[in-house]
Each structure stands twice: as C-alpha cells, then as structure tokens.
Design a protein around this ligand. Sequence first.
Ligand SMILES: Nc1ncnc2c1ncn2[C@@H]1O[C@H](COP(=O)(O)OP(=O)(O)OP(=O)(O)O)[C@@H](O)[C@H]1O
Ligand SMILES: O=P(O)(O)OC[C@@]1(O)O[C@H](CO)[C@@H](O)[C@@H]1O
Length: 307
Amino acid sequence: MIYTVTFNPSLDYIVRLDQFTAGEINRVNYEQVLAGGKGINVSIVLHNLGHESTALGFVAGFTGDEIERQLDAFSVRHAFVRLEKGFSRINVKAKAQSETEINGQGPDISEAKQQELFTRLDRLGAGDTLVLAGSIPKTLPDDIYERIMARLAGRGIRIVVDAEKKLLLNVLKYHPFLIKPNNHELGDMFGVTLKTDEEILTYAKKLQEKGAENVLISMAGDGAILLTADGKSYKSPAPKGELVNSVGAGDSMVAGFLTGCIEHADDLAEAFALGVATGSASAFSENLATRPEVAALRATIQARQLN
Ligand SMILES: Nc1ncnc2c1ncn2[C@@H]1O[C@H](COP(=O)(O)OP(=O)(O)OP(=O)(O)O)[C@@H](O)[C@H]1O
Ligand SMILES: O=P(O)(O)OC[C@@]1(O)O[C@H](CO)[C@@H](O)[C@@H]1O
C-alpha cells in the first residue's frame, strides 16, 4: 500500500491575469480552487494512473472540509488528523507575465496531534511505500521528517522524500528510496548555481554520499536527470507542449515514477520516462495528469543513459 503525508495541505487558488501589478487592484480572468499540497497531489495522480494510496497529514477548518470533499469526489482515500483550531492554508498561484505564488502558513499542530499521525504511521510495514512531501508549518520542529524516518527505520518501508533543503538533507542518513529536488533546490542545498549536466550529477552524487538511494532531479521545461542507486545516470528532455499549469508537475513526476516502479518491476529507466511524461502531462493541462495524457506523452520520450 502507498501512503502520502502532507503536513500542510492547501486549497490552491489558481488564477490567471493578463497583467499583474504589485500595489494595484488586479482582476483575474480565470480562477479555480483545487485541493493541493505535495503529498495530496501525488495521491491524486496515483489514483488517475490506476494506483490507490491513502493521503495522510493534518486538516483544519472550512478549507480542510473542502480538501476532504474534493478527495472524496476524486475517490482518493484519506485519513487526515483533524485539528480543532485554525484552518488549512490557502495558496495563491497567479499566472500573468510570470508566475507568482503566495503560500499560506497553515494551522498550529500540537504535540498530541503529531502523536496521532505517528500512531497512524505505526501501522505501516514491509512492502509499503511512504511519500513525505512538502513544507511543514512553522509550529512543527524541523526534524519532524527525521523523527518519522527514524521511527519507521528497519521495517522494510520504501520512503520517498520531496522537500526542501534542511528537511531533505536531514533525512538522507535514513536512506530514502527516492528524493526529487529540482535543479534550483539542489543548487541551493550546496549554495551553488548549477548549469551543466555534469554539475548536476556531481551534486546529485553528494546527496547519494549522504545516504539517498535514487536521486531524481527535475528541471521543468528542460526535463530531468536520474542518478540511480547502482550509479547509472539517465537524462530525458521534457516533451514539447504548451505550459498551462506548472503547479504539481513535480508531484506528478513522483507519482509517475512510482507507477513505473510498480508496473515495471522496479525498472528505473522506465520509471524515469513515465515520471517525465507524467510531470509534463500535468504541466500541459489545467488539472493533474490523467492516464491517457501520460500514455500519449510517454510514447514520445526517449531517455538516454549518460554513463
Ligand atoms: N514547461 C514545461 N514543459 C514541459 N514539461 C514540464 C514543464 N514544466 C514541468 N515539466 C515536467 O514536470 C517535471 C517536474 O517539473 P519541475 O521541475 O517544475 O518540478 P517542481 O519544481 O518540483 O514543480 P512543482 O513544485 O511546481 O511541483 C519536469 O521534469 C518535466 O517533465
Ligand atoms: O509550501 P509547500 O508545501 O512547499 O508547497 C505547497 C504547494 O505549492 O505544492 C504543491 C505543488 O507542488 C501545491 O499544490 C501547493 O500549494
């Protein structure tokens, strides 16, 4: 069974404007409200690709109700810990001349509520996959991912982590099966700007030296690079198409990669190609990728081995 954890789920308020001017009243010409947060997006795309998962994490207030309602409507299983105070955040994603994001802070999570999540996670066992994805609210200690991985260590659970900087760096010693920073996040972790494939591979290897197994580096419209646990590396350009909505492209890539692992007996080159196709299918669509969209793009992708 696959479980995703989103510590700070959101309603994504996605708007488009002809022009955005800071300090002025800006009026939108398109708007949509979607349940979001990285783990939730992974669960939705896994469902679209035919694989069930359970979305875990914390929800609160009227926005939490809407997140659960949307997941029910998509038939995505969830078992969130309900918080009594506050509301799940609203994240604004505005696309005009460029894309601007304003991500909310999220509700407070007490120690008792954290324990409730831990109790749910204690049910996981050998053969399960756990996806830990996204930022954590300010009120949580920044070693929370680490604490979860330490608690679950040695149980044969495959763990995927998609998080930024310290959150990610701190869990590498627990040997996550897959991590998916984008090229900018990878550079930020080491205080460098990465320009070439060689530079990206050099720093991806540093994450492996710190304990990661497979390192998937997404590069938006430039595709992706995979460094596998056995030292092989692959590169794929992104398929060409019109960028409609990049929100959740990275999460879709994680869902596509996991789908490839499930359907192709851990053939990581195939998982990689399916990951790229799924990320791009989401980028080219108003909503997250569907199976037919992914299949059409997969047929166009030719990843090449770099070594
Ligand atoms: N403009 C684009 N054109 C084609 N494919 C894209 C584009 N943007 C994203 N993708 C696809 O989605 C994958 C993941 O994108 P990206 O690198 O933007 O992830 P991310 O930074 O984690 O995104 P997010 O945080 O918005 O989910 C890329 O590797 C690519 O396959
Ligand atoms: O603030 P975080 O947790 O880093 O990112 C949250 C978020 O931007 O990530 C998803 C896209 O990847 C969106 O659905 C959501 O709004």
